[in-house]
Design a protein around this ligand. Structure first.
Ligand SMILES: [Mn+2]
Length: 384
């Protein structure tokens, strides 16, 4: 059987207030082409179908047409909710769609759902674990102590029987990590402070393939068959050096599984250009790349350039960001970097205090500090 692993489509996403819907429509066309050419049987989408809990009309229509095209091609599609999706809205019609080969699991209802597929080699069980927080799991396992994300996932897996003689795949949308492995993160993900949301990869040892979503850079974890598909498009400038791809899994016998990464080429790339304004506006330079790309321009002129963004936009119509990097800004950027490196070590209250000071130019007084502490406590009680 041939399966395709997708995740983090983030349909309806805007970057710097620009809609990316045309780029998303294009990349879904590219994906459909791959499905046809490679004769894929099953498409798995491991969460973050949409960018927002209330997605735009364009985003909903785009996903609807994607599912319909896969159905018309006779493919089966499996979808779980990610942290960006509304689990209830994503579940719309899910029981009706089953007969058409579309399996959507938005809400965790106390039992890890699985669907059984069959080919010449026997059964393939596809387990579908939508994004959950500890609070979503605790209510079904009152006798267990669940305080962390890892406790929650461990509890779900421990309470699931998996037939190890058959082939087993799990779809998951959590921050899965392994000790000693650095997971590459991007700015377009929601990163929780202090990494409290991480889930250890060892929870998934029973599964032959772990189809993960959440992290936007494509990467394997401890083995080739435990991987983040990554988002199909670059969703922030921190991803400019990433290569977007889609894993195709050919699963024959239980021990005969191979992965191929097929690269995805967008209609417009996202990249950084750097130099003096006159160089950036020189035809010899800009003809080297696609002028329609999303651009972050770093201007190195030592003097301020009047209407630099307007000048650059005449050549690069999708310029999204402009920054100056010269002797003056390097000093001030260094200061900023010093600050950001310590963000992870600061408590939420400390972070709020520095934010407050930056906004208001005065320190937070003790009355307000108490109020903020109370809110932080309420919010963290609710989310854990
Ligand atoms: Mn995501």
């Amino acid at each position: 059987m041939k399966l395709m692993h997708l995740s983090d489509l983030h349909l309806g996403k805007n970057i710097f207030e620009e809609s990316m819907i045309d780029d998303q429509r294009y990349i879904l066309d590219v994906i459909i082409d791959i499905v046809i050419k490679r004769d894929i049987d099953v498409v798995m989408i491991a969460g973050d179908v949409y960018d927002k809990v209330v997605p735009s009309v364009e985003a909903v229509n785009l996903f609807s047409s994607f599912l319909t095209r896969l159905y018309k091609l006779g493919k089966k599609t499996f979808v779980i909710a990610g942290n960006h999706d509304s689990k209830d809205r994503l579940s719309f019609g899910n029981e009706l769609f089953i007969d058409n080969g579309v399996f959507i699991e938005g809400v965790f209802n106390g039992k890890l759902r699985h669907e059984v597929l069959e080919d010449d080699y026997g059964n393939i069980n596809i387990y579908m674990l939508p994004f959950v927080k500890p609070v979503d799991v605790r209510k079904y396992f009152l006798e267990e102590s669940i305080s962390t994300y890892n406790d929650a996932i461990k509890c779900i897996i421990d309470n699931t029987s998996v037939n190890l003689d058959e082939r087993n795949i799990i779809m998951v949308h959590q921050f899965v990590t392994a000790s000693g492995v650095d997971v590459l993160r991007s700015d377009s993900e929601v990163i929780s402070l202090g990494g409290i949301d991480n889930v250890d990869v060892s929870n998934f040892s029973k599964f032959d393939y772990v189809a993960m979503g959440h992290v936007h850079g494509a990467q394997r974890l401890t083995r080739d068959t435990i991987r983040y598909a990554g988002s199909p498009l670059k969703y922030s400038f921190s991803e400019v050096n990433q290569k977007k791809s889609v894993p195709i899994i050919e699963f024959n016998d239980k021990n005969d599984i191979s992965i191929e990464l097929v690269s995805l080429k967008p209609i417009r790339d996202m990249r950084v250009i750097k130099g003096n304004i006159s160089d950036l506006l020189d035809k010899k330079f800009y003809m080297l790349g696609n002028r329609d790309d999303y651009i972050n321009a770093i201007v190195t002129d030592s003097d301020y350039v009047v209407d630099a963004i307007g000048k650059l936009r005449c050549v690069y119509k999708n310029i999204l960001r402009l920054e100056y990097r010269n002797a003056r800004t390097i000093i001030s950027n260094d200061k900023i970097n010093d600050d950001s490196s310590s963000v992870k070590e600061k408590s939420p209250l400390e972070l709020f205090k520095s934010f407050y000071k930056e906004q208001n130019n005065i320190e937070l007084d003790s009355k307000r500090e108490k109020l903020v502490l109370r809110i932080i406590k309420e919010v963290s009680d609710e989310t854990n």
